[in-house]
Design a protein around this ligand. Structure first.
Ligand SMILES: Nc1ncnc2c1ncn2[C@@H]1O[C@H](COP(=O)(O)OP(=O)(O)OP(=O)(O)O)[C@@H](O)[C@H]1O
Ligand SMILES: [Mg+2]
Length: 286
């Protein structure tokens, strides 16, 4: 296979140059990190499951009118996506209190919030991804009011859709984090696309009946069984077979590679021609 140019090596994914201008390949790693990389582990199979779960969810979202970067799955660890200029903000939507909301505001984990809440964090690992206000976002130019409004509207819709999707498979969507990116058309017009990934690495999912955590907190809280939990999420979504693809702590490659392709027909139909590289396109965070 021809050597591909690596554009960015992140904590959970590596970004490679894509086969066509305006596309990149997301490679999902098995690495898990927390607390600014102080805690690290390799969890065999995590990347395969996140690749598949994210591909499926992005396709479902595209079908209900959320434009996403996802084009198609390439193999068990890689997917083809449209290259975007990442807006350096994490958009967090919360339905139930968990994580740093509890410590920051002294709220008991599991408290149902009076209404869903949106928060913004600046994507900057060196600063520990600090929470930022709308006014700071506009003043420092991380996004303009039009973009922020659009990102918020999309995030509310994503929350409603995913809450229903997960409730349908016995899971409670406690909160999630998404990223958006800019795409520029031929005439300089701007499109905002949902980018990055949606998986149990950035959604808190609790079993509706037992309250069991089925997400990245299994790693953070040393609960063990993270890959098994992710696999159960994928099984309930009906995107890995009942027997599973993880056997004895490693991926059954034959089974994983044999899974049905996931393709985002709607995003594919959007013509690629005329989408120019931004100047310069830089998937790195600021
Ligand atoms: N369609 C896309 N085009 C360009 N860059 C993208 C696209 N989708 C995601 N990215 C970026 O690729 C990188 C993926 O790496 P990864 O998810 O491992 O995160 P990271 O940079 O290590 O950390 P964090 O997600 O906490 O910022 C992220 O910086 C993400 O913003
Ligand atoms: Mg990331």
């Amino acid at each position: 296979m021809a050597r591909r140019k690596m554009l960015y090596d992140g904590k959970g994914k590596t970004i490679f140059e894509g086969p066509e201008i305006g596309t990149v390949i997301q490679y999902f790693k098995d690495d898990a990190t927390a607390y600014d990389k102080q805690k690290q582990a390799i969890l065999p199979g995590k990347g395969v499951l996140n690749n598949r779960i994210s591909a499926y969810i992005m396709t479902r979202l595209e079908n209900m009118g959320i434009p996403t970067h996802f084009l198609k799955s390439l193999n068990m660890r890689e997917q083809l996506v449209r290259e975007v200029e990442i807006i350096p903000l994490e958009v967090i939507v919360r339905n139930v209190a968990a994580g740093n909301l509890c410590t920051r505001l002294n709220i008991k984990e599991g408290t149902v919030l009076p209404r869903p809440i949106i928060e913004f964090n600046l994507k900057n690992d060196d600063l520990g991804n600090p929470m930022v206000t709308e006014d700071q976002i506009f003043a420092f130019g991380w996004a303009d009011p039009y973009e922020l409004e659009e990102m918020m509207a999309m995030s509310w819709r994503i929350n409603d859709f995913l809450s229903g999707l997960f409730a349908g498979i016995g899971l409670r969507l406690v909160d999630f984090k998404v990223e958006y990116g800019r795409l520029f058309g031929e005439m300089g017009e701007l499109y905002l696309l949902l980018a990055d990934e949606i998986s149990p690495d950035n959604c808190r999912l609790w079993d509706l009946k037992t309250g069991e955590k089925m997400d990245r907190d299994r790693f953070i809280e040393d609960l063990g069984g993270l890959v098994e939990a992710y696999e159960r999420v994928a099984q309930r979504l009906g995107i890995v077979p009942e027997g599973g693809i993880i056997k004895g702590g490693s991926v059954n490659e034959q089974l994983a590679e044999g899974l049905e392709e996931i393709e985002n027909e709607l995003a594919r139909q959007r013509k690629l021609k005329g989408i120019k590289r931004t100047n310069p396109t830089n998937p790195r965070k600021i």
